[in-house]
Design a protein around this ligand. Sequence first.
Ligand SMILES: NC(=O)c1ccc[n+]([C@@H]2O[C@H](COP(=O)([O-])OP(=O)(O)OC[C@H]3O[C@@H](n4cnc5c(N)ncnc54)[C@H](OP(=O)(O)O)[C@@H]3O)[C@@H](O)[C@H]2O)c1
Length: 286
Amino acid sequence: MRPTVAVLGTGIMGTGMARSLLRAALPVVVWNRNPARSRPLAEAGAVVAGSVAAAVADADVVITSLLDVDAVVQTVRPALGQFSDSAVWVQTSTVGTAGTERLADLAREAGVAFVDAPVLGTKAPAENGSLVVLASGDPALRASTAETFEAIGAKTLWVSAVPGDASRLKLVLNAWVGTLIGGIAQSVAMAEGLGLDPRLFLDAIAGQAVDSRYAQAKGRMMIDRDFTSAFRLGGLLKDTGLIVDALREAGTDPALAAAVRDRLDAAAARGHADDDIAAVIASYRD
Ligand SMILES: NC(=O)c1ccc[n+]([C@@H]2O[C@H](COP(=O)([O-])OP(=O)(O)OC[C@H]3O[C@@H](n4cnc5c(N)ncnc54)[C@H](OP(=O)(O)O)[C@@H]3O)[C@@H](O)[C@H]2O)c1
Protein backbone atom coordinates (compact mmCIF):
# COMPACT_ATOMS: atom_id res chain seq x y z
CA MET A 1 0.00 0.00 0.00
CA ARG A 2 1.16 3.53 -0.78
CA PRO A 3 2.31 5.47 2.28
CA THR A 4 0.14 8.31 3.55
CA VAL A 5 2.34 11.39 3.96
CA ALA A 6 1.62 14.26 6.34
CA VAL A 7 3.31 17.56 5.51
CA LEU A 8 3.59 19.94 8.47
CA GLY A 9 4.31 23.41 7.12
CA THR A 10 3.04 24.53 3.73
CA GLY A 11 5.38 27.41 3.05
CA ILE A 12 7.36 27.52 -0.20
CA MET A 13 9.05 24.14 0.29
CA GLY A 14 6.24 22.28 2.05
CA THR A 15 3.75 23.31 -0.63
CA GLY A 16 6.11 22.26 -3.40
CA MET A 17 6.82 18.88 -1.79
CA ALA A 18 3.09 18.28 -1.18
CA ARG A 19 2.38 18.94 -4.88
CA SER A 20 5.09 16.46 -5.90
CA LEU A 21 3.71 13.83 -3.52
CA LEU A 22 0.20 14.31 -4.94
CA ARG A 23 1.54 14.01 -8.50
CA ALA A 24 3.09 10.68 -7.47
CA ALA A 25 -0.42 9.62 -6.32
CA LEU A 26 0.49 9.37 -2.63
CA PRO A 27 -2.27 10.25 -0.14
CA VAL A 28 -1.27 13.62 1.39
CA VAL A 29 -2.47 15.36 4.55
CA VAL A 30 -1.27 18.91 5.17
CA TRP A 31 -1.24 21.27 8.13
CA ASN A 32 -0.04 24.85 8.37
CA ARG A 33 -0.12 27.32 11.28
CA ASN A 34 -1.85 29.83 9.01
CA PRO A 35 -4.52 27.60 7.40
CA ALA A 36 -5.04 29.97 4.46
CA ARG A 37 -1.68 28.87 3.13
CA SER A 38 -2.85 25.23 2.81
CA ARG A 39 -6.05 25.99 0.92
CA PRO A 40 -4.59 25.75 -2.62
CA LEU A 41 -3.40 22.24 -1.75
CA ALA A 42 -6.96 21.15 -0.92
CA GLU A 43 -7.89 22.02 -4.51
CA ALA A 44 -4.94 19.89 -5.66
CA GLY A 45 -6.22 16.86 -3.74
CA ALA A 46 -4.64 17.06 -0.29
CA VAL A 47 -6.61 16.64 2.93
CA VAL A 48 -6.21 19.76 5.05
CA ALA A 49 -6.02 18.83 8.73
CA GLY A 50 -7.34 21.15 11.42
CA SER A 51 -4.61 20.21 13.90
CA VAL A 52 -1.14 18.68 13.95
CA ALA A 53 -2.50 15.71 15.91
CA ALA A 54 -5.11 15.05 13.21
CA ALA A 55 -2.52 15.42 10.45
CA VAL A 56 -0.11 12.84 11.88
CA ALA A 57 -2.66 10.34 13.23
CA ASP A 58 -2.88 8.12 10.12
CA ALA A 59 0.41 9.07 8.49
CA ASP A 60 3.14 6.57 7.59
CA VAL A 61 5.59 9.41 6.93
CA VAL A 62 5.49 12.83 8.59
CA ILE A 63 7.46 15.56 6.83
CA THR A 64 8.33 18.74 8.71
CA SER A 65 9.11 21.81 6.58
CA LEU A 66 9.14 24.70 9.01
CA LEU A 67 11.18 27.84 9.46
CA ASP A 68 13.60 26.86 12.22
CA VAL A 69 14.18 24.47 15.11
CA ASP A 70 11.88 26.33 17.52
CA ALA A 71 9.03 26.18 15.01
CA VAL A 72 9.60 22.43 14.59
CA VAL A 73 9.68 21.81 18.36
CA GLN A 74 6.54 23.91 18.98
CA THR A 75 4.69 22.11 16.20
CA VAL A 76 5.75 18.49 16.68
CA ARG A 77 6.35 18.03 20.41
CA PRO A 78 2.68 18.23 21.48
CA ALA A 79 1.71 15.66 18.81
CA LEU A 80 4.50 13.09 19.17
CA GLY A 81 2.16 10.84 21.16
CA GLN A 82 -0.24 10.75 18.18
CA PHE A 83 2.30 9.27 15.73
CA SER A 84 1.47 5.68 14.80
CA ASP A 85 3.94 3.01 15.93
CA SER A 86 5.33 2.50 12.43
CA ALA A 87 5.42 6.19 11.38
CA VAL A 88 8.69 7.83 10.34
CA TRP A 89 9.40 11.52 11.00
CA VAL A 90 11.27 12.97 8.01
CA GLN A 91 12.73 16.29 9.13
CA THR A 92 13.52 18.48 6.08
CA SER A 93 13.76 21.96 7.68
CA THR A 94 17.24 23.49 7.84
CA VAL A 95 17.98 23.49 11.58
CA GLY A 96 21.75 22.86 11.80
CA THR A 97 23.56 20.28 13.85
CA ALA A 98 22.58 21.26 17.41
CA GLY A 99 18.99 21.72 16.21
CA THR A 100 18.94 18.26 14.65
CA GLU A 101 20.31 16.69 17.82
CA ARG A 102 17.53 18.40 19.79
CA LEU A 103 14.89 17.01 17.43
CA ALA A 104 16.43 13.53 17.26
CA ASP A 105 16.40 13.46 21.10
CA LEU A 106 12.72 14.44 21.14
CA ALA A 107 11.92 11.65 18.68
CA ARG A 108 13.98 9.09 20.61
CA GLU A 109 12.29 9.96 23.92
CA ALA A 110 8.88 9.54 22.24
CA GLY A 111 9.88 6.30 20.49
CA VAL A 112 9.34 7.83 17.04
CA ALA A 113 11.61 6.83 14.12
CA PHE A 114 13.54 9.86 12.85
CA VAL A 115 15.33 10.64 9.59
CA ASP A 116 17.39 13.81 9.29
CA ALA A 117 16.53 14.81 5.70
CA PRO A 118 17.38 18.39 4.69
CA VAL A 119 16.89 19.15 1.01
CA LEU A 120 18.88 20.96 -1.65
CA GLY A 121 16.85 22.99 -4.15
CA THR A 122 14.31 25.79 -3.96
CA LYS A 123 10.69 26.40 -5.02
CA ALA A 124 10.78 24.98 -8.55
CA PRO A 125 12.67 21.75 -7.69
CA ALA A 126 10.29 21.19 -4.74
CA GLU A 127 7.30 21.62 -7.07
CA ASN A 128 8.62 19.42 -9.85
CA GLY A 129 10.06 16.69 -7.65
CA SER A 130 13.71 17.32 -8.43
CA LEU A 131 15.14 18.15 -5.01
CA VAL A 132 18.30 16.48 -3.77
CA VAL A 133 17.42 14.78 -0.49
CA LEU A 134 20.29 14.43 1.97
CA ALA A 135 19.38 11.72 4.45
CA SER A 136 20.91 10.27 7.58
CA GLY A 137 19.46 7.83 10.06
CA ASP A 138 18.83 4.16 10.70
CA PRO A 139 19.36 2.22 7.41
CA ALA A 140 16.28 0.16 8.35
CA LEU A 141 14.18 3.27 7.53
CA ARG A 142 15.33 3.47 3.91
CA ALA A 143 12.59 1.19 2.57
CA SER A 144 9.72 2.98 4.33
CA THR A 145 10.91 6.42 3.14
CA ALA A 146 11.87 5.43 -0.43
CA GLU A 147 8.54 6.27 -2.14
CA THR A 148 8.38 9.64 -0.40
CA PHE A 149 11.94 10.57 -1.33
CA GLU A 150 11.42 9.39 -4.93
CA ALA A 151 8.36 11.66 -5.19
CA ILE A 152 10.04 14.82 -3.92
CA GLY A 153 13.57 14.34 -5.18
CA ALA A 154 15.63 13.56 -8.25
CA LYS A 155 18.09 11.77 -5.99
CA THR A 156 18.60 10.80 -2.38
CA LEU A 157 22.06 10.83 -0.88
CA TRP A 158 22.17 8.62 2.20
CA VAL A 159 24.99 10.31 4.11
CA SER A 160 25.32 8.02 7.13
CA ALA A 161 23.40 6.18 9.83
CA VAL A 162 23.82 9.13 12.21
CA PRO A 163 21.06 11.79 12.32
CA GLY A 164 22.88 15.13 12.14
CA ASP A 165 25.33 14.14 9.40
CA ALA A 166 22.87 15.08 6.63
CA SER A 167 22.35 18.44 8.33
CA ARG A 168 26.12 18.91 8.50
CA LEU A 169 26.33 18.35 4.73
CA LYS A 170 23.38 20.74 4.21
CA LEU A 171 25.34 23.49 5.98
CA VAL A 172 28.36 22.76 3.77
CA LEU A 173 26.09 23.19 0.72
CA ASN A 174 24.39 26.34 2.00
CA ALA A 175 27.79 27.85 2.81
CA TRP A 176 28.46 27.42 -0.92
CA VAL A 177 25.09 29.00 -1.84
CA GLY A 178 25.87 31.95 0.46
CA THR A 179 29.30 32.41 -1.06
CA LEU A 180 27.80 32.34 -4.57
CA ILE A 181 25.00 34.81 -3.84
CA GLY A 182 27.36 37.20 -2.04
CA GLY A 183 29.88 36.99 -4.86
CA ILE A 184 27.29 37.53 -7.59
CA ALA A 185 25.86 40.56 -5.76
CA GLN A 186 29.32 42.01 -5.24
CA SER A 187 30.22 41.80 -8.94
CA VAL A 188 26.84 43.12 -10.17
CA ALA A 189 27.01 46.03 -7.71
CA MET A 190 30.63 46.69 -8.57
CA ALA A 191 29.90 46.82 -12.30
CA GLU A 192 26.97 49.18 -11.71
CA GLY A 193 29.07 51.37 -9.40
CA LEU A 194 31.87 51.57 -11.94
CA GLY A 195 29.41 52.79 -14.57
CA LEU A 196 29.35 49.53 -16.55
CA ASP A 197 26.30 47.69 -17.82
CA PRO A 198 26.20 44.77 -15.30
CA ARG A 199 24.90 42.47 -18.07
CA LEU A 200 28.44 42.58 -19.45
CA PHE A 201 29.59 40.65 -16.36
CA LEU A 202 27.09 37.85 -17.10
CA ASP A 203 27.84 37.95 -20.86
CA ALA A 204 31.58 37.70 -20.22
CA ILE A 205 31.38 34.60 -17.98
CA ALA A 206 28.64 32.88 -20.05
CA GLY A 207 29.74 29.35 -20.97
CA GLN A 208 33.16 29.73 -19.36
CA ALA A 209 34.55 27.66 -16.49
CA VAL A 210 33.67 30.44 -14.02
CA ASP A 211 30.05 30.59 -15.20
CA SER A 212 27.15 28.92 -13.40
CA ARG A 213 23.40 28.67 -14.02
CA TYR A 214 23.01 30.18 -10.58
CA ALA A 215 25.09 33.26 -11.49
CA GLN A 216 23.03 33.80 -14.66
CA ALA A 217 19.65 33.34 -12.92
CA LYS A 218 20.34 35.28 -9.73
CA GLY A 219 22.48 37.86 -11.54
CA ARG A 220 19.58 38.71 -13.87
CA MET A 221 17.21 39.00 -10.89
CA MET A 222 19.64 41.38 -9.19
CA ILE A 223 20.06 43.53 -12.30
CA ASP A 224 16.26 43.69 -12.82
CA ARG A 225 15.68 44.16 -9.05
CA ASP A 226 13.20 41.26 -9.35
CA PHE A 227 13.08 39.75 -5.89
CA THR A 228 10.18 37.28 -6.37
CA SER A 229 10.93 34.79 -3.63
CA ALA A 230 12.19 31.27 -4.32
CA PHE A 231 14.42 31.25 -1.21
CA ARG A 232 13.58 33.85 1.42
CA LEU A 233 16.51 36.09 2.33
CA GLY A 234 15.53 35.74 6.00
CA GLY A 235 15.89 31.97 5.61
CA LEU A 236 19.44 32.16 4.30
CA LEU A 237 20.26 34.69 7.02
CA LYS A 238 19.13 32.11 9.59
CA ASP A 239 21.23 29.46 7.81
CA THR A 240 24.39 31.60 7.72
CA GLY A 241 24.16 31.91 11.52
CA LEU A 242 24.13 28.10 11.71
CA ILE A 243 26.98 27.95 9.17
CA VAL A 244 29.20 30.35 11.14
CA ASP A 245 28.62 28.22 14.26
CA ALA A 246 29.44 25.03 12.32
CA LEU A 247 32.61 26.56 10.85
CA ARG A 248 33.78 27.47 14.35
CA GLU A 249 32.90 23.95 15.57
CA ALA A 250 34.91 22.57 12.64
CA GLY A 251 37.93 24.72 13.53
CA THR A 252 37.57 26.45 10.15
CA ASP A 253 37.86 30.23 9.72
CA PRO A 254 34.30 31.66 9.49
CA ALA A 255 35.27 35.08 8.04
CA LEU A 256 33.81 34.59 4.54
CA ALA A 257 30.48 33.18 5.81
CA ALA A 258 30.33 35.92 8.47
CA ALA A 259 30.76 38.59 5.76
CA VAL A 260 27.91 37.07 3.75
CA ARG A 261 25.77 36.93 6.90
CA ASP A 262 26.48 40.65 7.52
CA ARG A 263 25.39 41.55 3.96
CA LEU A 264 22.19 39.49 4.33
CA ASP A 265 21.57 41.10 7.71
CA ALA A 266 21.96 44.58 6.19
CA ALA A 267 19.53 43.72 3.36
CA ALA A 268 17.03 42.33 5.90
CA ALA A 269 17.32 45.56 7.91
CA ARG A 270 16.32 47.41 4.73
CA GLY A 271 13.07 45.45 4.57
CA HIS A 272 14.12 42.56 2.30
CA ALA A 273 13.78 39.60 4.73
CA ASP A 274 10.76 38.20 2.83
CA ASP A 275 12.25 38.83 -0.61
CA ASP A 276 14.38 36.37 -2.53
CA ILE A 277 18.04 36.06 -1.54
CA ALA A 278 18.87 38.01 -4.74
CA ALA A 279 17.81 41.07 -2.71
CA VAL A 280 21.17 40.91 -0.93
CA ILE A 281 22.22 43.29 -3.76
CA ALA A 282 20.38 45.99 -1.75
CA SER A 283 23.08 45.80 0.91
CA TYR A 284 25.69 46.72 -1.71
CA ARG A 285 23.62 49.29 -3.63
CA ASP A 286 20.05 50.51 -3.23
N1 LIG B 1 13.11 28.05 0.20
C1 LIG B 1 14.20 27.36 -0.05
O1 LIG B 1 14.84 27.53 -1.10
C2 LIG B 1 14.67 26.29 0.89
C3 LIG B 1 15.51 25.30 0.39
C4 LIG B 1 15.93 24.25 1.23
C5 LIG B 1 15.54 24.27 2.56
N2 LIG B 1 14.75 25.27 3.03
C6 LIG B 1 14.38 25.21 4.46
O2 LIG B 1 13.06 24.63 4.51
C7 LIG B 1 12.33 25.21 5.61
C8 LIG B 1 11.06 25.85 5.06
O3 LIG B 1 11.46 26.86 4.16
P1 LIG B 1 10.42 27.65 3.24
O4 LIG B 1 11.24 28.33 2.20
O5 LIG B 1 9.30 26.80 2.86
O6 LIG B 1 9.93 28.75 4.28
P2 LIG B 1 8.63 29.66 4.28
O7 LIG B 1 7.98 29.72 2.95
O8 LIG B 1 9.03 30.95 4.95
O9 LIG B 1 7.66 28.84 5.26
C9 LIG B 1 7.97 28.74 6.63
C10 LIG B 1 6.98 27.79 7.26
O10 LIG B 1 7.27 27.72 8.67
C11 LIG B 1 6.04 27.99 9.38
N3 LIG B 1 6.35 28.55 10.70
C12 LIG B 1 7.19 29.56 11.00
N4 LIG B 1 7.25 29.74 12.34
C13 LIG B 1 6.39 28.83 12.87
C14 LIG B 1 6.02 28.50 14.20
N5 LIG B 1 6.54 29.16 15.25
N6 LIG B 1 5.13 27.50 14.40
C15 LIG B 1 4.61 26.81 13.34
N7 LIG B 1 4.92 27.08 12.05
C16 LIG B 1 5.82 28.08 11.84
C17 LIG B 1 5.27 28.93 8.49
O11 LIG B 1 3.94 28.96 8.87
P3 LIG B 1 3.01 30.24 8.54
O12 LIG B 1 2.65 30.15 7.09
O13 LIG B 1 1.84 30.08 9.46
O14 LIG B 1 3.84 31.47 8.85
C18 LIG B 1 5.52 28.25 7.14
O15 LIG B 1 4.72 27.10 6.99
C19 LIG B 1 13.29 26.18 6.29
O16 LIG B 1 13.94 25.53 7.35
C20 LIG B 1 14.28 26.52 5.19
O17 LIG B 1 15.54 26.93 5.71
C21 LIG B 1 14.29 26.26 2.24
